[in-house]
Design a protein around this ligand. Structure first.
Ligand code: FAD
Length: 450
């Protein structure tokens, strides 16, 4: 009899299993495919590996301006992909090692919930006191004529292409569409993004969307917002943008329009678990309607982010071992790994205004930051949205290393800090983090370097 069976070994499930075992619970983890889930195998890590290679290519080309002559830059696409794969293997091997080291029993196979205290993995029945469902999500393809064309792929296939296509049409200008566009355009594939909303990255602050669009266009990526793909044909996609019809070259078409919960494949109804289209309903403590069953990560539909899945995994395991504590989503960071990077936490300016706050907003351009300048970046900004007391409500950054800078802002929002408190600490010089200091000074109307 196990105390906990975790179903799914992605960043939600494997973290939950390790923490449950650390807390003295007899724990099993069932995984039907690769440990590490989407994040390590077909998501966060492979995209960042390819983005790093893409940035290196651009930087080598740009080095000429610094007086560094690197000669002709040539891409060996297969080698780049193999390197990415070896990084994935290193990390998934690390997950396997950590599970073993913490005494988690691993079942390789497809799990099913037979009842609230029995999980089956292939032919084996496992009795347990608690279940944590962490089965994640899969990419969806929109119902557009021509979607059955073999040139159409999801992010899964895009990350394992055998050769670099000459052109790519990307349907969807969200985080995945944007990162893929930057990767493939940098490698030499002519890339277009078609987005139905009136801006790319539509969930981010409007100014971040605008900044991202400008920097992607500067890389040569064609972007059509407020536009709709109407059909996919051999070698091209047909779109409507306003009253105009467009044909965009697309030897490959990437559908990056969203993801669907894997919950439906789990026979949730048989176990009596409440869900909507496979998205499992949970309370604030991550319990489903069945008190000993928890659901974490993409499958509960709250956020589709690896770090949220892991945070929920920790909380679910702790709630099983100890008294239940609710999840705190007050400060969830979101990043897009462009160059410079985009990162945000808290309310956008529009959301804060809609909530009725009297706002103070401070913006500092990256061009005012010495460290960014030395790294060759003058594009971007930081924007702090605060309420009239100076309490920080949201921070939006388009700057070098924004995914690192945002953590300080996460702390500020989580611990309800004011701009003044952010300015009571000393920032290293020269550093990109001085942008946070300047923007916080800006809330009191007294920035120094602007
Ligand atoms: P998953 O990672 O989907 O893992 C679920 C696991 O469950 C899988 O391994 C699956 O095989 C297994 N499973 C499913 N059903 C069963 C079953 N019946 N029995 C046994 N095992 C089963 N997020 C970020 O935070 N940062 C990023 O930079 C980022 N980049 C991304 C880039 C791309 C291209 C994509 C597609 C996603 C990206 N994400 C990113 C999102 C992130 O990958 C997911 O939010 C995260 O992986 C969700 O974790 P999870 O544990 O809920 O599920």
């Amino acid at each position: 009899m196990f105390d906990v069976v975790v179903i799914g070994g992605g960043p939600g499930g494997y973290v939950a299993a390790i923490r449950a075992a650390q807390l003295g619970l007899k724990t099993a983890l069932a995984e039907k495919a690769d440990l590490g889930g989407v994040c390590l195998n077909r998501g966060c890590i492979p995209t960042k590996s390819l983005l790093h290679a893409a940035a290196m290519m651009r930087n080598i080309k740009d080095a000429e301006a610094l007086g560094i002559h690197a000669g002709q830059v040539r891409l060996d696409f297969n080698k780049v992909m193999a390197h990415k794969e070896s990084q994935v293997k290193t990390l998934t091997g690390g997950v396997r090692y950590l599970l073993g080291k913490n005494g988690v029993t691993l079942y390789r196979g497809e799990a099913e919930i037979l009842s609230p205290d029995t999980v089956a993995v292939d032919d084996q029945k496992i009795s347990c006191r608690h279940i944590i469902i962490a089965v994640g999500s899969s990419p969806v393809k929109p119902g557009i004529p021509g979607m059955e064309n073999p040139a159409v792929m999801t992010s899964d296939e895009a990350l394992s292409l055998a050769e670099l296509p000459k052109s790519m049409g990307i349907i969807g200008g969200g985080v995945i569409g944007i990162e893929m566009a930057l990767i493939f355009q940098s490698f030499g594939c002519a890339t277009s993004i078609v987005e139905m909303e009136d801006r790319i990255a539509p969930l981010m602050d409007k100014e971040i969307s605008g900044g991202l669009e400008a920097l992607l266009k500067k890389q040569g990526i064609r972007i059509y917002t407020g536009s709709k793909v109407e059909a996919i044909e051999k070698g091209r996609i047909l779109c409507k943008t306003g009253a105009d019809s467009l044909q965009l070259p697309a030897k490959k078409v990437l559908a990056a329009v969203g993801r669907a919960s894997n919950g439906l494949k789990l026979s949730l109804d048989r176990a009596g678990i409440a869900h909507e289209k496979g998205i499992i309903k949970t309370d604030a403590c991550l319990r489903t309607n069945i008190p000993n069953i928890y659901a974490i990560g993409d499958v509960n539909g709250k956020y589709m982010l690896a770090h949220v899945a892991s945070a929920e995994g920790l909380r679910a395991a702790e709630n099983i071992a100890e008294a239940g504590r609710p999840m705190d989503y007050s400060a969830v960071p979101q990043c897009i790994y462009t160059e410079p990077e985009a990162a945000a936490v808290g309310l956008t300016e529009t959301e804060a205004a809609e909530k009725g706050y009297t706002l103070k907003v401070s913006r500092i351009p990256v061009s005012a930051n010495g460290r960014s300048l030395t790294e060759g970046c003058t594009q971007g900004f930081i924007k702090i949205v605060a309420e009239k007391t100076g309490r920080i409500l949201g921070v939006h950054i388009l700057a070098p290393h924004a995914s690192e800078l945002i953590t300080q802002c996460v702390s500020a929002i989580r611990f309800r800090a004011t701009a003044r408190e952010l300015n009571e600490i000393i920032y290293p010089h020269p550093s990109v983090s001085e942008l946070i200091m300047e923007a916080a000074h800006g809330i009191s109307g007294k920035p120094i370097h602007i």
